[in-house]
Write a protein that binds this ligand. Sequence first.
Ligand code: 8YV
Length: 324
Amino acid sequence: MANGKPRVLATRLFPPDVEARLSANFDAVLNPQDRIYDGPALVKAAAGCDAIMCAAGDGLNGETIAALPASIRMIATFSVGYEHIDVAAAAKRGIAVANTPDVLTDATADIAMLCLLGAARRAHEGATMLRTHHWIGWSPTQLMGTHVTGKRLGILGMGRIGQAMADRARAFRMQIHYSNRSKLAPDLEKGAIFHADPDDMLPHCDFLSINAPMTPQTRKWVNAERIARLPKGAIVVNTARGGVVDDDALIAALKSGHLASAGLDVFDGEPKLHQGYYDLTNAFLLPHMGSATVETRNAMGFKALDNLEAFLLRKQAPPDLVKV
Ligand code: 8YV
């Protein structure tokens, strides 16, 4: 606390407009070099702070949370996913946790569609051919990919982003299948076909899009057995969390040709992705940029600040409190 303002540690370098509001309303401890803190460094940096504004990739596991200074009352993450925070450990210490849902739905669904199209239409191979001066001209058989329009898309996790993906896919006249904890109301389902058991959905997926959060239940959910249930030539798209996919199994299926291709924006252990992906021409890979638009990253930051301001300045419950 300085000048009566609560002190907030920003674990990362956030967009300029977000840091400006953070600094105006709080005693902000910024990270202008965008250093990545490991657990002990984060605990050290949090000394004397009332709250932490963090991001995906920050290791706020049980051990780190247990070691945080007693002054920490809140963790506000600049992300919708919060698997990097041990919420139960935070609750045990009376630390509130908040995230940033809704505002990154469209940007992430756009990247999911980009991954789907990029994988289906061999965008990586085409762009590489051109940029390495190997394009000798159009030919009738060059870079023939997978047709998208009218195909079946299975969506694992029909939350906000899954539904936004379905909306985009409908413009491509795709038939939507989905699996979710609960069946959606007809106005949200919009004719999509519900599969109570996600395993039953797999044989119906020309494309499978992962839009489910990372939980102990979804960890390595896309494994060899499930990939085998997908039709030959299917395409896997992942814009959720890399850990939902068993990389060895996906890479083997991309090599064997059982899967035509994959479009991936997220990776288990990122930024160190499985080396096998680098050798695959049929993998369209992006560096976790689902929410990376100026508008969306500002909106995420402002939402994290809404949560911090409600809790620390107005003594109210943060609007996006994560429930244990
Ligand atoms: C963010 C995300 O950019 O919000 C999420 O959960 O995956 C991303 O789109 C990133 O996590 C920032 O913390």
